[in-house]
Design a binder for this molecule. Structure first.
Ligand SMILES: Nc1ncnc2c1ncn2[C@@H]1O[C@H](COP(=O)(O)OP(=O)(O)OP(=O)(O)O)[C@@H](O)[C@H]1O
Ligand SMILES: [Mg+2]
Length: 490
């Protein structure tokens, strides 16, 4: 039952509310009890006040040896309707007169137990030292619920003889019992109502969540086009539904990317494999061929398998980069040296295509980087520049520091990239002119080179941009953060 948030909320709510009710009831009860005791005390002192006034008046009239006793009796008779017991005790604690002794006064006094006067508490009232002006209060056991007693000197001249006024605590106890009974009924009923209300509220406010869960369950695993209904985008649940929908958007996009990646990859792999198959079949279809023909076939097979290996290598790099699993081997190196080295290796390729390759390289450019990856980035850019520049063209590489960046520029005099395609050349498998790339019989050409180059720049906290491309050629620029404090400029 407690498996649902609804029930848990209700239980928590009811438990807290119950605790609150009990504390409130306890506090009320305590305050009520204390207040009624205070009222009893002030009542007792008032009773003693009026009793003594009557007593003094009577005493004036009777100056005989039994004057005190007589005056006390008269006063007791006069005050007999007050629901209290008056007792006069002498200095030794002995009872001189008690209103219980007077039949006319005893009236409803059966609640006063006679043995009450023997109790130690009563003796304390009768004998404990009095404060100079006032009297003492004391609880006295006996009867049904005990008594509250108050003792004070009968007169200021004779401080040994005392008046003790006792009042039964039974009415207070009865009242407290009534209050207890009320709480006994009210707390469970309030708790029951509150739990029902709480359950209803929780159910009502969680209904949209249950609804969302139902909708989410109905969504197909392969289909991300469904979205949750958002009833109120401003409340918490609306925000949850919106976030969920946004997550679905992202998932849909990344699924779509993944799907396209796999489709493109298999498409790209299919072509060289088809060529491999075709070539071998054609060559084997006749029993004998000249050594020249075999040589030609083998060189095609070599080119295609090289291309295949190249594509597979690129795909592997990209999938690892996507998964964030490409370990960068960062170490200190010199960008100028690395650039010069890559240029040396590409020189023969440029020469074979009739392209002049030149460079301006600023010396002493230390950098923390992954050497293989940087080499690969520059190689991809240079490979493109050479590949897409017709014979007789020029390729220039610049490597220098500008402000806080190292800048690597690869400038060519090729035909450039059509303006409408420029934004797409960094996409995976994108080639501005697929037909042309193929017909020229190049060995690369899956359209992954620039995506990888851009990823490498970003993995080094830099960026790669196409900074110019028109009919006179293109410029690709890579910016890499340079270490702070090194000399800048030429
Ligand atoms: N310097 C350039 N001049 C003209 N077009 C370019 C240049 N560099 C890239 N491109 C265009 O951008 C496309 C994408 O380049 P990218 O390097 O990603 O792929 P690719 O060179 O075709 O194949 P790969 O690099 O995977 O072997 C190229 O097909 C080409 O059309
Ligand atoms: Mg390329």
């Amino acid at each position: 039952m407690l498996d649902s948030v609804r029930s848990r909320m209700t239980v928590w709510y009811s438990a807290l509310f119950g605790l609150f009710l009990i504390l409130l009831a306890g506090l009320t009860y305590f305050l009520y009890w204390r207040n009624s005791l205070e009222r009893t005390d002030s009542n007792l002192s008032e009773q003693s006040e009026t009793f003594i006034a009557t007593f003094n008046a009577e005493l004036k009239d009777d100056k005989g040896p039994d004057g005190i006793k007589n005056a006390a009796r008269e006063a007791m008779l006069e005050h007999r309707f007050r629901d209290v017991v008056y007792v006069i005790v002498d200095g030794g604690g002995k009872i001189l007169l008690s209103s219980l002794d007077l039949p006319a006064v005893r009236g409803g006094a059966e609640k006063f137990a006679p043995d009450m006067f023997d109790s130690a508490a009563f003796q304390r009232l009768a004998q404990s030292p009095l404060k100079t002006a006032g009297g003492v209060y004391q609880d006295v056991p006996g009867g049904r619920n005990g008594f509250r007693g108050y003792a004070r000197p009968l007169s200021q001249d004779d401080r040994a003889t005392r008046l003790i006024v006792l009042q039964s605590l039974h009415p207070q106890h009865e009242m407290m019992e009534d209050i207890r009974n009320i709480f006994f009924w009210i707390i469970p009923i309030a708790l029951l109502l509150a739990s029902a209300g709480g359950y209803f509220l929780a159910r009502k406010s969680l209904a949209p969540v249950a609804d969302m869960a139902r909708q989410a369950r109905g969504m197909g695993a392969a289909r991300f086009s469904d979205r949750l209904k958002v009833s109120n985008p401003r409340d918490e649940l609306g925000t949850l539904a919106l976030s969920f929908n946004e997550l679905l958007d992202r998932l849909e996009k990344s699924f779509e990317q993944q799907r396209r990646f796999v489709a493109d990859a298999s498409h790209e792999l299919r072509t060289p494999v088809a060529i491999l198959q075709g070539e071998t079949e054609v060559t084997l279809s006749r029993p004998a061929r000249s050594a020249e023909e075999y040589r030609e076939t083998l060189s095609i097979l070599r080119d295609e398998s090289q291309r295949l290996a190249h594509i597979i290598e690129d795909l592997f790099t990209l999938t690892r980069a996507d998964a964030g699993q490409y370990p960068l081997q960062i170490r200190e190196l010199y960008l100028d040296e690395l650039t010069a080295d890559v240029l040396r290796r590409t020189r023969s390729l440029a020469i074979s295509k009739g392209i002049s390759l030149s460079s301006t390289i600023q010396p002493e450019l230390p950098v923390q980087a992954d050497e293989d990856l940087l080499r690969r980035m520059l190689l991809n850019l240079l490979d493109n520049a050479i590949k897409y520049t017709p014979a007789g063209g020029k390729v220039l590489v610049e490597c220098c520091r500008e402000a806080n960046d190292y800048v690597l520029r690869v400038i060519d005099t090729g035909a450039g990239i059509p303006a409408e395609l420029q934004s797409r050349i960094f996409e995976r498998f994108f080639r501005a002119d697929k037909a042309r790339s193929r017909s020229e019989g190049d060995t690369g050409g899956a359209g992954l080179g620039l995506s990888i180059a851009r990823w490498i720049a970003e993995a080094h906290h830099g960026r790669l941009e196409l900074t110019r491309s028109d009919a006179s050629g293109s410029t690709f620029t890579a910016y890499l953060p340079a270490p702070a404090g090194s000399p800048s400029g030429h």
